[in-house]
Ligand binder design. Structure first.
Ligand code: PEP
Ligand code: MN
Length: 360
C-alpha cells in the first residue's frame, strides 16, 4: 500500500491521514462527514468504529456488522478508502468480506496476546494493511509483540498508531503521550509507520491540535483524527471529536511536511519533568496511604502497634534495605526516610483539603 510504504521513511515522506467519527451511528452521519472530508482532498482513509470497546455494558456498543454496508456506501459515493477497528476473528472475516481497505487493532485488544494471535491467524494470506494501536498501559513489549505477531502471520503492510497511555492520576490529557515509547518503537522497527491519534491522547477537542502539532514535530508518520458532524451529540467520545470545520482549520495550520524525529532534547526534558511530577504525586499518595495504615494498626491497641523503628533492625527493615540497595539507593537514606514517616505517623492528622482527599 503506497501510503504506508511512503511513510516508512522516518517521517520525511508525505503523511498518512485518517479521519472520521469515533463510531458509525447512522448512514447519514457517515456520508455527511465523509463528503466534507473528501472535499479536503488530503484524507487517505475514512475511519469509523463499528464494534466499540466500552467500559460499561450499558453504553453504546457500536452498530456492528450493519455498519460495514454503510462504509461500502461511503466508498461508493465519495471514492474514499474506508477503515475500521477489528477486535476478534469474526470481525476480520466480515470486514474482509466487505472489502474494507484498512483495519486497526484497538488499545484494549492489543493488551491480549491470545486475541492478537487469533486476529493474526485470521489475516494470514490477505494483503489488507493493518495498524496496531499501542496497548493501554505503557508497555512497549506488548505493542512490539502484537506488531510482530501480524508480521509473522505474513501481513504485508503493518503500521502502528500511537494513542497515548492510561496512567494513574489526574492529567491534562486523557492518555499520556509518553513520546519516548513511539520513538523507541520507530528505532526498533525503522520500517514501520507510526501514526499519531491525537484525539485519544487529548480527550478534549480543544487540545487535539496541540497534540497533533507536537506529533508532527516529533516526526510522526501521520495522523488519525476523530471528526463528527455534531460532536456534542456523538454516541461515543463526544468531548474529543472535532467538527469538520475545526478539522479543516487544524489541517490548514499544521505543517504536514515538517521533518523531524522523536529525539530532540527539549521534548525529552518536558517529558521527563512531567514524569517526575507524576512520580512526586505518587510518592505523596503512597506516603499518605502508608501513614493511614500505620495509624489504623496503632488504633487496634498495643498488640497491633507497629514498631516505630520498622525500617531499622526488623525483618521488614532489612527487606527494605535490600530493596533500596538493589535499586541503587543508600540503605541509610531509606532508613532515615522511614524513621521520619514513622515519627510523623504518631502525630495528629493534618486536615486534608477535599480535592486531595477525593483522590486518595
Ligand atoms: C477508537 O479509535 O475509537 C478507539 C476505541 O480507540 P482506542 O482503542 O485507542 O481506545
Ligand atoms: Mn474513539
Amino acid at each position: 500500500m503506497d501510503n504506508l510504504q511512503g511513510l516508512n521513511k522516518n517521517g520525511n515522506a508525505s503523511k498518512m491521514l485518517i479521519a472520521g467519527p469515533c463510531s458509525a451511528e447512522s448512514p447519514e452521519q457517515l456520508l455527511e462527514t465523509a463528503r466534507i472530508l473528501q472535499q479536503c482532498g488530503s484524507v487517505d482513509y475514512f475511519r469509523a468504529g463499528l464494534w466499540k470497546p466500552r467500559t460499561s455494558p450499558d453504553s453504546f456498543q457500536g452498530v456492528g456488522e450493519t455498519g460495514l454496508d454503510w462504509l461500502e456506501t461511503v466508498r461508493k459515493e465519495t471514492g474514499m478508502k474506508v477503515a475500521t477497528e477489528i477486535a476478534c476473528e469474526k470481525h476480520v472475516a466480515v470486514a474482509l468480506k466487505h472489502n474494507i481497505d484498512l483495519l486497526w487493532l484497538g488499545a484494549r485488544t492489543v493488551s491480549n496476546p491470545f486475541v492478537v494471535q487469533d486476529i493474526a491467524d485470521a489475516l494470514r494470506g490477505t494483503d489488507i494493511p493493518v495498524l496496531v494501536k499501542n496497548p493501554l498501559n505503557p508497555d512497549i513489549e506488548l505493542w512490539y509483540g502484537a506488531i510482530n505477531r501480524l508480521i509473522k502471520a505474513g501481513v504485508k503492510e503493518v503500521g502502528a498508531i500511537h494513542r497515548g497511555f492510561s496512567v494513574w492520576g489526574t492529567h491534562m490529557y486523557r492518555n499520556q503521550p509518553i513520546w519516548r515509547i513511539p520513538a523507541e518503537l520507530m528505532e526498533r522497527m525503522p520500517g514501520i509507520t507510526v501514526v499519531c491519534d491525537p484525539s485519544h491522547i487529548a480527550g478534549k477537542s480543544i487540545l487535539v491540535p496541540l497534540v497533533a502539532e507536537r506529533a508532527l514535530e516529533n516526526g510522526t508518520g501521520g495522523l488519525m483524527v476523530e471528526v463528527h458532524p455534531d460532536p456534542p451529540s456523538a454516541m461515543s467520545d463526544a468531548s474529543q471529536q472535532l467538527t469538520p470545520a475545526a478539522f479543516i482549520s487544524m489541517m490548514k495550520e499544521l505543517d504536514l511536511d515538517r521533518k523531524g524525529y522523536c529525539k530532540n532534547a527539549p521534548d525529552q526534558i518536558d517529558e521527563l519533568s512531567s514524569e517526575m511530577d507524576m512520580v512526586d504525586e505518587l510518592l505523596v499518595h503512597a506516603i499518605a496511604s502508608r501513614m493511614e495504615l500505620s495509624r489504623k494498626i496503632a488504633s487496634m491497641g498495643p498488640a497491633g502497634s507497629p514498631k516505630p523503628s520498622a525500617a531499622g533492625k526488623s525483618a521488614a527493615g532489612e527487606r527494605l534495605a535490600d530493596l533500596a540497595s538493589g535499586d541503587g539507593l543508600r540503605p541509610g537514606f531509606i532508613s532515615r526516610l522511614f524513621g521520619e514517616i514513622a515519627r510523623e505517623s504518631g502525630k495528629p492528622k493534618y486536615s486534608l483539603n477535599s480535592g486531595f482527599k477525593n483522590r486518595i
